[in-house]
Design a protein. Structure first.
Length: 368
């Protein structure tokens, strides 16, 4: 999994998926009121909002700012029977296999002008339709692997013996139309089946799409409560957005967008919430570099050591790593300048075992 994180936006047709995608990427994917208007997955790259970058750029008089980025993929609307090839089922499922996490848009608003593919509003049913299709597709993948493992065991393969035990446990869970996430597994067992790329093992965020009127007080919406209760059982996050509001924000300047959000009683956009939740879900964070040429955020996984973080910038840094000069962003801001930070002894020299922290302002010393 690369740290150029890719989140697949999924959902039934007409739940607001493409409207949300268009808004967050300004990519203009067609959002028509009928199923299957989204055939090829549209990919949009969005910047991760980070106010620290502006302050650093000002301090270092940087010529440009490069924020961290995330990729959102808008995947064709799924219908009942997708695992059997209904609608664009197989194509859709293949696209989901390739993403790092799933954001499932669930319709929690009533609107007589927008038809519901299942006839009426019922978020739980909608979630379960998608979950069932993913479970059926995963089951098919699993059965092929179980057959292969049985043959390998006959040939005396010890690894296949360990593998089949976990495969059978997952199969039992999937047969109850529950996601593979609900299977208890050790880290070693998870590693054994990692290459299967099971869709119901991918981390998930439920995006409850509400009306513009409800976005400031979503807990008053009973459908949102239902989605939250379901997500809690899955160990999943819920982000409440109004795709309609996001579409309006996308057309505004940053200043106008801030005013519009304030008028709705919101402190941040749905996109910002979604990005933060996605980062948290996949255990990602950013370290920062700053200088006259540019101030930049780099995405790494939590727990990454200094040389590997340097490798994100250039492979030579990782190969010839000597040490990292590090100051925490907060410490630097309190000191007021890099020179003052040095005088106050806030700059640390860290070696190759140092585990990077979010907001580390870093300069790498290396020699190739």
């Amino acid at each position: 999994m690369s740290t150029n994180l890719e989140v697949g936006i999924v959902g039934l047709p007409n739940v607001g998926k493409s409207t949300l995608f268009n808004a967050i990427t300004k990519a203009g994917a067609e959002a028509a009121n009928y199923p299957f208007c989204t055939i090829e997955p549209n990919v949009g790259v969005v910047e991760v909002p980070d106010e620290r970058l502006d302050k650093l750029a000002e301090m270092y008089k940087s010529k440009r700012i490069v924020p961290a980025a995330m990729r959102f993929v808008d995947i064709a609307g799924l219908v009942k029977g997708a695992a059997q090839g209904e609608g664009l089922g197989n194509k859709f499922l293949a696209h989901i296999r390739e993403v790092d996490a799933i954001a499932q848009v669930v319709r929690c608003f009533a609107d007589d002008n927008i038809t519901h593919v299942e006839g009426g509003l019922n978020p739980l049913r909608d979630i379960e339709i998608i979950n069932t299709e993913l479970c059926l597709a995963d089951l098919e993948t699993l059965e092929k692997r179980i057959d292969r493992a049985h043959k390998q065991i006959k040939g005396g393969d010890k690894k296949a013996q360990a593998e089949i035990a976990v495969l059978l446990r997952i199969k039992e869970v999937l047969e109850q139309a529950q996601s593979a996430r609900r299977t208890e597994m050790t880290a070693e067992e998870a590693e054994l089946i990692k290459d299967l790329n099971l869709m119901t093992l991918k981390p998930v965020i439920f995006v409850a799409n509400v009306s513009e009127e409800e976005v400031a007080n979503p807990d008053a919406n009973p459908y949102v409560q239902t989605v939250k209760a379901y997500a809690a059982q899955e160990g999943a996050e819920v982000v409440v957005v109004s795709a309609k509001v996001e579409a309006e924000i996308a057309e505004l300047s940053p200043e106008e967008a801030a005013e519009f959000l304030a008028a709705l009683g919101l402190s941040e956009s749905g996109l910002d919430k979604l990005i933060r939740a996605s980062f948290k879900l996949l255990g990602l964070m950013t370290f920062l570099t700053a200088g006259e040429q540019e101030t930049r955020a780099w995405t790494i996984r939590k727990g990454t050591k200094a040389p590997q973080a340097g490798g994100k910038i250039h492979s030579d840094i990782e190969r010839g790593f000597i040490r990292a000069e590090i100051i925490s962003y907060d410490g630097l801001m309190r000191a007021g300048s890099p020179a003052a930070a040095r005088e106050q002894g806030l700059v640390r020299l860290e070696g190759k075992d140092y585990i990077m922290q979010d907001g580390d302002v870093t300069y790498f010393r290396f020699n190739v």
